[in-house]
Design a protein around this ligand. Structure first.
Ligand code: GLU
Length: 443
C-alpha cells in the first residue's frame, strides 16, 4: 500500500487537513505501507515556503511521519511532457474565454435553470477565430475533454458504490492562461508515477475524482482505490465562519496536547468510542477504514478540551519529563499528583509555584490562623497532616470544618480552588506552611 497526503501550501493547516492526513497515515501504517508527503505547489503565486514549513511542523507535532516528500514545482518538465501527449491525443483542448466571459455564461445558465457546466464552445472555434483571439493578445487556457457519455463508477471505501455521470461536470481546466497547471493533472501524473494505491481525501473532492478517473483512463492506467471522508462541521459558530474551520495554530495556542487532538480526530465519525490513546501505535492498531461513517461529522472544541484533561491524567512522567525540566519541575511525585487536577499543561507551573515559591496569602480570620499555627502537627507533612491539624484546631475553636478548610486553603495557596489540600500540604512542606501562616498572622 502506498498513500499520500497532498496539501496545497497556500495556507496553514486546519483540523480538517490534519484529520485527512492522520486517517491516511493510520491506514497506511496499519497495512505496513509507505506514506508520501507531496506539496501541491504548482500555483507558485499563492504557494509560500512559510506554509510548507508550517505544514511540516504541524505534521511533526502530531507525530505523523512520512517515507518520502517532494514538491510538485520540482516536476514541471514531467507535467509538460504528459500535457503535450494528451494534447496530441485530443484529450486536451484550447480555450480562449476570459474569466469574466465564463462568469457571465455561468450566470446565464443558472438563470435559465441549467447546471453551470462549461458549454464546450471552444471546441467549435474555427482556425480564424483562434487566430484573431491570439492577435487580440488573449492567452489560451486548456481543458481536459471528459467522455460525455460515461458514468464514472468506483467502489469508495467509505461512501460505498458511487456512480456519477460526467454530464454533471465541466471539462476541468488543467492549465491556466498564465501557464500554471491547476491541481487536476499534476496530481494524477504524480499518483501514477509514484504508484499510489489508495487516495483518501475529503468528500469535497468527489467531482475531481470523476474527472481524474477519466484522466487516468486517458493515460491508460488503472485507477487507485478511493476513500472520501465526510467533511467536518463545527458546532461553534465562530469556528465555522472562519475559512477552513479551525487552524492548527489555534489548537496549539489553546495548549491542546497533540495526543488529544489525534485521539479525537482518529475516532470522530467512526463507530469506535472517543477516548485518549496512549500513543500513535494504539491508534494504528485500532484503525479500520470500514468504521468511518459517510454521514456528516461534528467537531466540538469543548469535547477536545475535556479530552485534554483526560490525556494529561494518563500521561506518564517520562512523557513530560523534558517539558517539566523546562519549567524547573523535577519531581515525578508532583507530576503524578498534579496531572489529575489540570486542564492544560501550563497549569503545572502555576501549582509548582504555589507550592514552592512565595505567594500572597489571603487573610480571612486572623485569630483562626494564629490558632492553626500553634497546633500545626510536628514533623514532616504527610497526607494525614491536614485531618489531624483540623481536629486540633477544632479542639480550640468551634468552627465548621468546611470553613476551616477554605481559610487554610486561602492562607496557604492564595486561591479558593485547587487540588486536594491534604496533598498540597505535602508539597508545600512544613517550613513554608509556617512561614505563610506567620505572614498572615503578622498582617
Ligand atoms: N492539494 C489538494 C488539496 O489540498 C489535494 C487533494 C488530494 O488529496 O488529491 O485539496
Amino acid at each position: 500500500m502506498l498513500t499520500r497526503f497532498a496539501p496545497s501550501p497556500t495556507g496553514y493547516l486546519h483540523v480538517g487537513n490534519i484529520r485527512t492526513a492522520l486517517i491516511c497515515w493510520m491506514y497506511t501504517r496499519s497495512q505496513n505501507g509507505k506514506f508520501l508527503l507531496r506539496f501541491d505547489d504548482t500555483d507558485f503565486q499563492r504557494s509560500d515556503i512559510k506554509y510548507i514549513n508550517s505544514i511540516i511542523q504541524d505534521l511533526q507535532w502530531v507525530n505523523i511521519d512520512w517515507d518520502l516528500n517532494f514538491k510538485q514545482s520540482e516536476r514541471f518538465e514531467r507535467y509538460n511532457e504528459v500535457f503535450l501527449q494528451l494534447v496530441k491525443e485530443g484529450h486536451i483542448y484550447t480555450c480562449y474565454e476570459t474569466r469574466k466571459e465564463l462568469d457571465i455564461k455561468r450566470k446565464l445558465q443558472l438563470k435559465r435553470g441549467l447546471p453551470p457546466i462549461y458549454d464546450r464552445s471552444a471546441l467549435f472555434l474555427t482556425e480564424q477565430e483562434r487566430a484573431s483571439y491570439e492577435q487580440e493578445g488573449r492567452k489560451p487556457y486548456f481543458r481536459f475533454k471528459l467522455d460525455r457519455n460515461e458514468i464514472v463508477k468506483w467502489d469508495d471505501e467509505i461512501k460505498g458504490k458511487i456512480n456519477i455521470a460526467t454530464s454533471h461536470i465541466s471539462d476541468p481546466i488543467v492549465r491556466r492562461e498564465d501557464g500554471i497547471y491547476t491541481y487536476m493533472l499534476p496530481s494524477v501524473i504524480d499518483d501514477i508515477d509514484f504508484n499510489i494505491t489508495h487516495i483518501i481525501r475529503g468528500e469535497d473532492h468527489i467531482p475531481n475524482t470523476v474527472a481524474q478517473i477519466q484522466i487516468i483512463l486517458a493515460l491508460k492506467t488503472k485507477a487507485p482505490t478511493f476513500a472520501h471522508l465526510s467533511l467536518l462541521h463545527f458546532n461553534d459558530n465562530k469556528i465555522s465562519k472562519r475559512k477552513g474551520g479551525l487552524d492548527i495554530r489555534l489548537i496549539k495556542k489553546s495548549e491542546i496536547e497533540p495526543i488529544t487532538l489525534v485521539s479525537y480526530l482518529a475516532k470522530l465519525g467512526t463507530s469506535d468510542p472517543i477516548k485518549v490513546h496512549v500513543d500513535m501505535q494504539s491508534l494504528i492498531d485500532s484503525f479500520d477504514i470500514k468504521k468511518f461513517s459517510s454521514a456528516s461529522t461534528q467537531f466540538s472544541l469543548s469535547e477536545v478540551y475535556k479530552l485534554n484533561s483526560k490525556a494529561l491524567q494518563k500521561m506518564p512522567f517520562k512523557a513530560v519529563k523534558e517539558r517539566l525540566n523546562q519549567i524547573r519541575v523535577n519531581s515525578s511525585e508532583f507530576w503524578y499528583f498534579i496531572r489529575s487536577n489540570i486542564e492544560k499543561f501550563s497549569e503545572v507551573a502555576k501549582w509548582w509555584q504555589i507550592c514552592k515559591s512565595d505567594i500572597e496569602p489571603v487573610i480571612f480570620d486572623k485569630e483562626i490562623i494564629k490558632i492553626a499555627l500553634n497546633v500545626l502537627p510536628q514533623g514532616d507533612c504527610n497526607e494525614n497532616t491536614l485531618s489531624e491539624w483540623v481536629k486540633a484546631i477544632r479542639k480550640v475553636v468551634d468552627t465548621k470544618t468546611k470553613d476551616l478548610f477554605m481559610q487554610l486553603r486561602l492562607a496557604l495557596t492564595g486561591t479558593k480552588t485547587g487540588p486536594e489540600l491534604a496533598k498540597l500540604l505535602v508539597f508545600i512542606g512544613r517550613e513554608r506552611i509556617v512561614a505563610r501562616l506567620k505572614k498572615v498572622k503578622d498582617k
